[in-house]
Design a protein around this ligand. Structure first.
Ligand code: 0WK
Ligand code: BGC
Length: 826
């Protein structure tokens, strides 16, 4: 008797722990951290492939841009209908988002109804599926007493891969999970929905936005937690989205800001990248699926497949005699008879659930069988959470690299039945993620009530942006002049030019320049050009020799206190700059002929005589208006008593520019300045001995008699009010470089005050006049092509060539000096 006891004691000791044989059998499914890190690296590489323009077409991980550019900021509001299609339930919802109140404080109210989708529709024609969706929507309106004829805005969560040319368009890439719908590949899902709504009839619905469930989940959680930049679904299917830097998304134009990318990570491994991790059970699950060869990663991870994986493992072990004494039931052979809910149940509540489930499958399990099958469930679901952790580690690493930080604080919004209903899943996932990324602070936020809040938030943002865009467009339309308005400006300018030629005191002054000749290329010798026109004073030496010119120059800034001090101070400053330049060139002793470019309106009575009519462009030095500026410069040179100059010509910059270009192209007859200020000089017929004289039109004054009041908008008026010459130079103030930046600042200020920009936050710099320099405009827009095109349209009978003046008007002033000199010498 004792001997029998001893034998059975030793026999039981020799009998193996049932979990060990399962461990051995499922060795390939047990992933330790080094293997997970390896998978993580492979996923990072796949993400890069999907983002890059060269490799995206062939990438298994599609990395689809979503057009969602920001996470919620709490200012979203509105009332929306929502559809949630593609998870385990199809739902219709009404979502109300109240401004500035977080979800937890009741900021979002929701009502919902789940509608079953018959199996035949999941594998039928797209039109039939969407008819069902739209009829369910109508039923919902009816049931909730919502008038269908009122206009309703709709947000659509569609949990399948789509390309998004815009937020309200989604081109279907493929179906998956338990859907295989015909006739939608490459087509717009929103359009299909709209058409179905049209067929159902009697509903006024505008689809504002369509988003993937991951995106909607990120937005839902982001409403409460601004750190939420990742949306994760572990449900029937699996997927993740995250906020990526725009500069890394080749398929979307622009480099500034971020955009949410729907990774579609379920496809990871479809190109063989996970082959060394794939088991025979994965292969069998894939072969029996609706989409063989696709969604490799999803089939190892998500709820739709875990039960089936467990069933296949248990079946194989039974067939090998490792379970149930080698007995197999028909129920165990039948696809779908172990569900993911069974897997979760088996891991819970000791072994009772396992025994019940196996008994339901007409098996007679021993307690060791129950322990072993429970362990199979654990290994299969552990592998799932480990794989998700590896993928998520890659996503977080990517965000960390984007921010150039060692660690990041980030929240991951999560939804999906597997994550929500499997009791150990979340804890396991969190633990492994934190182990793989010890430097990151990762918080997991469960999306409590589905993704529709998030979809509604996206729609709310879209709606806000649409209305903002409309209001911004309205404001900017003031700057868009139509053909008719341009024709009016053209005829008023013509009238202005003609009136200016006829008499004095006109808005367009038409000042004679006393320049009768353009250069003929024979000019010779050294000339000085002095150029005062804006914030700088330029002194230049020009050497003409046999059709060639050599230039040497130095630039001097004019401090504000000099621009707005006394005339004597201003001209003394100029004399000091000239003195420095002559010193620098070693020419202090030579009394050179000089041309003086003075880019302000001057009434000339001779080539080197001119009284200042008025200051423009921020100058307001006293005792200058009505004085001869050549005389003032000569006087200052005399006071300095260090050098002498022979000022032979006083030149407006337009005239200088025309001369400078005429040196290159003798046909040049108009000089135009589109810079600091805006004048036009042209050669025209005036009373003189010669047949032609160059006229400085001073066209910047057009409108000073209110003739442009119908195109002057409130922003122009604001710029004028704050200028140093209010009411003057109205045309210049709409066109000249000195004012364009300021006009833009006025627009930005107004749009911000109206809450249409920068979240309504007016900063001190934005309030500062002059902060928005005109050079920013040229960096943003390239405002010369437009000029050429408009001139072509407005003057179709003229063949106009625009020749940019390379060396500015200084060279032109020197040329005029040379021309005058040669005539004087005759
Ligand atoms: C709930 C979301 C829905 C998403 C689902 C995923 O509202 O958009 O598709 O989670 O979980 P599943 O229902 O597939 O388990
Ligand atoms: C789909 C994804 C979706 C995920 C979770 C996958 O099968 O391709 O678009 O986000 O399931 O629902």
């Amino acid at each position: 008797m004792l001997a029998v006891h001893l034998v059975s004691f030793f026999f039981s000791k020799l009998q193996e722990d049932p979990t060990k044989k399962v461990d051995r059998f499922l060795h390939a499914m047990r992933l330790h951290d080094d293997r997970l890190s390896d998978i993580s690296k492979r996923f990072l590489a796949e993400m890069k492939k999907g983002l890059s323009a060269e490799s995206t077409a062939a990438a298994a991980v599609k990395m689809l841009p979503t057009q969602v550019r920001s996470t919620p900021d709490g200012s979203e509001k509105g009332e929306f209908l929502a559809l949630d299609l593609g998870g385990s339930n199809f739902k219709v919802l009404r979502v109300k988002v109240r401004e500035d109140v977080g979800i937890k404080k009741g900021g979002v109210e929701m009502e919902e109804k789940t509608y079953p989708i018959p199996n035949e529709l999941q594998a039928g024609k797209a039109a039939e599926l969407f008819d069902h969706v739209s009829e369910s929507l109508k039923d919902f309106l009816h049931e909730k007493n919502i008038s269908p004829s009122n206009k309703h805005l709709l947000a659509f969560t569609f949990s399948f891969p789509c390309e998004h040319p815009s937020l309200d368009q989604g081109l279907s890439v493929s179906w998956g999970k338990n859907y295989r719908v015909r006739g939608l590949q490459g087509k717009d899902v929103v359009q299909a929905l709209k058409e179905a709504i049209g067929r159902t009839g009697d509903m006024d619905v505008e689809v504002l936005a369509m988003v993937n469930d991951t995106v909607a989940t990120m937005m839902t959680c982001g409403f409460d937690d601004q750190c939420c930049e990742v949306g994760l679904i572990i449900g029937t299917g699996t997927n993740v989205c995250y906020m990526e830097e725009l500069r890394h998304i080749d398929l979307v134009e622009g480099d500034e800001g971020r955009m949410c990318v729907n990774t579609e990570w379920g496809g990871f491994g479809d190109d063989g990248a996970l082959d060394d991790f794939i088991t025979e059970f994965d292969r069998d699950v894939d072969a029996a699926s609706l989409n063989p060869g696709q969604q490799t990663f999803e089939k190892m991870v998500s709820g739709m497949y875990l039960g089936e994986l467990v069933r296949l493992v248990v079946l194989k072990m039974a067939k090998l005699g490792l379970l149930f004494d080698g007995r197999v039931s028909d129920a165990l052979r039948t696809k779908g008879n172990i569900t993911t809910a069974d897997v979760a149940a088996m891991e819970e509540n000791g072994l009772k659930n396992t025994k019940d489930i196996l008994t339901r499958l007409h098996l007679s399990p021993s307690s060791d069988d129950c322990i072993a099958v429970q362990h199979v469930s654990t290994i299969v679901s552990f592998r799932s959470s480990n794989l998700v952790a590896a993928g998520l580690a890659a996503i977080l690493t990517r965000i960390r690299q984007n921010r150039n930080l060692r660690g990041v604080k980030i929240t991951v919004g999560v939804d999906g039945t597997l994550y929500k209903t499997h009791p150990q899943y979340p804890k396991r996932l969190h633990k492994v993620v934190r182990r793989l990324l010890p430097d990151c602070q990762v918080r997991f936020a469960l999306s409590e009530s589905g993704s529709s809040k998030g979809a509604a938030l996206v729609a709310a943002v879209a709606q806000r942006l649409t209305s903002q865009r409309r209001r911004v467009d309205e404001a900017l339309s003031l700057f868009r002049l139509n053909q008719q308005q341009l024709q009016l400006v053209k005829s008023r300018m013509r009238e202005g030019l003609e009136a200016g030629l006829r008499g004095k005191g006109c808005t367009v002054k038409m000042l004679p320049s006393f320049v009768y000749h353009t250069p003929d290329g024979t000019e010779n010798g050294n000339y000085l050009a002095l150029d005062l026109g804006g914030t700088n004073f330029r002194a230049m030496l020009v050497r003409f020799k046999r059709h060639k010119s050599q230039l040497y120059h130095k630039i001097y800034t004019i401090p504000l206190e000099i621009m707005q001090g006394t005339g004597e101070e201003l001209f003394d400053h100029l004399a000091q700059c000239v003195c420095d330049f002559l010193d620098y060139m070693g020419l202090k002793k030579a009394c050179l002929p000089a041309g003086f470019t003075f880019s302000f309106p001057c009434e000339q009575s001779g080539i080197n005589k001119g009284t200042l009519v008025s200051w423009t462009k921020g100058f307001k030095a006293t005792d200058c208006v009505g004085q001869d500026v050549v005389f003032m410069l000569r006087d200052a040179i005399k006071r300095r008593n260090e050098f002498d100059l022979d000022i032979v010509a006083l030149v407006n910059d337009t005239v200088g520019t025309m001369m400078s270009c005429a040196y290159e192209d003798p046909q040049c007859e108009i000089g135009m300045i589109a810079g600091m200020s805006h004048y036009l000089g042209e050669k025209s017929n005036v009373e003189a001995d010669e047949s032609k004289m160059c006229i400085n039109t001073e066209w910047g004054g057009l409108g000073d008699d209110h003739s442009l009041d119908d195109i002057i908008n409130p922003y122009d008026a604001e710029v004028d009010i704050h200028s140093v010459n209010q009411g003057k130079q109205r045309f210049e103030k709409m066109t000249g470089g000195m004012y364009l930046g300021e006009i833009v600042r006025q627009v930005l200020l107004d749009l911000t005050r109206r809450g249409l920009l920068f979240k309504g936050h007016v900063t001190e710099p934005l309030k500062t006049p002059g902060i928005f320099e005109t050079k920013y405009l040229s960096q943003i827009e390239s405002f010369s092509q437009v000029v050429k095109e408009t001139v072509r349209v407005m003057a179709p009978q003229c063949d106009v060539t625009f020749l940019p003046s390379e060396e500015g008007s200084g060279k032109g002033a020197a040329l005029i000096a040379a021309v005058v000199q040669s005539i004087n010498n005759i």
